[in-house]
Design a protein around this ligand. Structure first.
Ligand code: GEK
Length: 243
């Protein structure tokens, strides 16, 4: 796949509309996410390593909000347990088409089944690993508990949820500092101040971040026995929740 540079918000836009995972985003997605999410590549690699530890025979790994399948491919690379499957789900038709188009089958590795659906509507069962890599933040807050409870129910005993999210901070100074540092990070990746600010407006009310404590409490309510951050880079973190 030829990775195109993201310049979607480079020119001034009069009326910024809400961010959508449409074809224009899909075409630049790998570049966009790398340059926007600090530590993205580290997290993707670690998802493979974590999956290889947690996946056992006859179980399923779910990649929910899979986009172009980076986490699924990382898991496929590392999983050695026999008779496992990876189910990758996204509700963006454009993402799913592109992922299907570029997926090369590998008979020696776990099969990846690509599903076009809303992750709130799918059945989750026999799961050893569930990945929500920067996806929960796009689910309405009111739906999050029921959705995480469904994931908990579908996990096998000892199963793991990997939850990566943009975070908020309850302390105002921390919130300001971490937000500023994220914008500085983006500018160091080549985005202009205009691009940063226009993208921020587009994501307003679409991407809803919460604090670590909010996530931790909700995960506990959903049934998880523990939840800890294993990686954080400014206001982007990845957590592990255990059943
Ligand atoms: C990665 N995990 O590269 N149902 C299904 N998919 C959804 C829903 C929903 N209700 N809401 C949003 N999505 C990926 C990156 S991107 C993160 C995940 C980002 C999908 C949406 O279509 C998009 O593909 C993905 O969640 C979020 O590891 O762009 O910041």
């Amino acid at each position: 796949m030829i990775v195109k540079k993201d310049s979607l918000y480079a020119a001034p836009v009069e009326q910024i509309s809400a961010f959508k995972f449409d074809e224009s985003v899909v075409n630049v997605f790998p570049d966009m996410i790398q340059r926007s999410v600090p530590g993205y590549q580290v997290i993707i690699s670690a998802i493979g390593l974590l999956a290889s530890r947690f996946t056992h025979e006859n179980s399923i790994c779910y990649d929910l909000g899979c986009s172009l399948g980076a986490a699924s491919l990382s898991m496929r690379e590392q999983i050695t347990a026999p008779n496992c499957k990876i189910i990758a789900v996204d509700n963006s038709q454009a993402m799913i088409e592109q992922f299907k188009h570029h997926l090369k089958p590998d008979e020696n590795k776990a099969e990846i089944e690509i599903v076009h659906a809303d992750i709130r509507d799918i059945e989750i069962k026999q799961a050893s690993v569930v990945v929500l890599n920067f996806t929960l933040q796009f689910i309405p807050v009111a739906d999050r508990l029921a959705f995480l409870s469904k994931i908990y129910q579908g996990l096998l005993p000892g199963g793991m949820l990997i939850l990566s999210e943009k975070l908020n901070f309850s302390d105002k100074k921390q919130q300001q500092l971490q937000t500023d540092m994220h914008h500085i990070f983006k500018q160091a990746q080549g985005y202009s101040a205009l691009e940063v600010s226009q993208k921020r407006s587009a994501l307003e009310n679409v991407l809803i971040p919460e604090t670590f404590v909010q996530h931790q409490q909700r995960l506990q309510q959903a049934g998880f026995s523990s939840c800890e951050v294993w990686f954080q880079y400014f206001n982007f973190a990845s957590m592990i929740a255990l059943k």
